[in-house]
Design a protein around this ligand. Structure first.
Ligand code: ATP
Length: 270
């Protein structure tokens, strides 16, 4: 899939209603929707529209979803790339991909550029032992900084980037006029988990008396992605058993399976 390093999706169907919980993050990022929809309101009075914001939080908490929702709410194209795509890239390619991406976004502006896993290219410079690939990574990072500095405030391209590890990022990225805003996207609390269940259960045929409060209580520490996974696993289990509706036991089995998977993952890490 390396050929599809970035893609423009004019699919602007994701909206804030697809993002459950995260009220604080949604409120903060709403401002970016306003900038994209109505830039003159801010620039005519002499304001400078921010060029970027960093979405910071654990894996699977909805950072990508939120970025897509910004594009959907503002009805602008969404260009994306993932930092990890650059890891094995040949010399010179990373920088030219970044240049290309910004060129395309500017042509279609107003637009959103989303960079997932920005830490893969945005780690603090000069801190790796792998000298070859590190040079390439630095070139890519430098190109990103150049692009962000290069476009004027009236370009109306806003760059959103996601990371689980803001602390390892090169400080140059956070300088004024680059990713100078950070938006925190945390793991959901019990109430938010209930809302995430509700979003993901919309398309699933389930028993009428299914207790979402109960499911939310059974899933402490789960991310939104984990909950989406539970809902899908439960549906598959029920179907496998020949049921026409997903019931409480199917959900409990799915939760157990996913807890098992999470425990295995943690064992490998520690
Ligand atoms: P990563 O850091 O691993 O890239 P992420 O924070 O970007 O993760 P997403 O890719 O946005 O997470 O989330 C994965 C999927 O999990 C979403 O497509 C969605 O189905 C579900 N999900 C995560 N968070 C939420 C949420 N707050 N509301 C509804 N669904 C969610």
């Amino acid at each position: 899939s390396r050929a599809r390093l970035f893609d423009e999706k004019n699919d602007t169907r994701t909206t804030f209603s697809d993002v459950a919980g995260l009220e604080g993050a949604k409120e903060e990022i709403q401002e970016i929707v306003e900038f994209l929809k109505n830039p003159e309101k801010y620039t005519s009075i002499g304001g400078k529209i921010p060029k970027g914001a960093l979405l910071v939080g654990p894996p699977g908490t909805g950072k990508t979803l939120l970025a897509k929702a910004v594009a959907g709410e503002a009805q602008v194209p969404f260009f994306s790339l993932s930092g990890s795509d650059f890891v094995e890239m040949f010399v010179g390619v990373g920088a030219s991909r970044v240049r290309d991406l910004f060129k395309q976004a500017k042509e279609k502006s107003p637009a959103i550029i989303f960079i997932d896993e920005i830490d893969a290219i945005g780690r603090a410079r000069g801190k790796s032992n792998f000298s070859g690939s590190n040079d390439e990574r630095e070139n890519t990072l430098n190109q990103l900084l150049t692009e962000m500095d290069g476009f004027g405030t009236n370009t109306n391209v806003i760059v959103l980037a996601a990371t689980n590890r803001a602390e390892i990022l090169d400080k140059a990225l956070m300088r004024a006029g680059r990713f100078d805003r950070q938006i925190y996207v945390d793991l959901p609390d019990v109430n938010e988990r209930k809302q995430i269940f509700a979003v993901h259960l919309k398309k699933i045929k389930k028993v009428e008396n299914l207790d979402l409060d109960f499911l939310a209580k059974q899933t402490p520490g789960f991310s939104g992605a984990d909950i989406a996974n539970v809902c899908n696993e439960a549906a598959l289990t029920a179907a496998r058993k020949g049921k026409t509706e997903v019931d409480k036991q199917d959900f409990l089995d799915a939760v157990d399976r996913i807890v098992g998977g999470l425990e295995k993952k943690n064992k490998i890490i520690t």
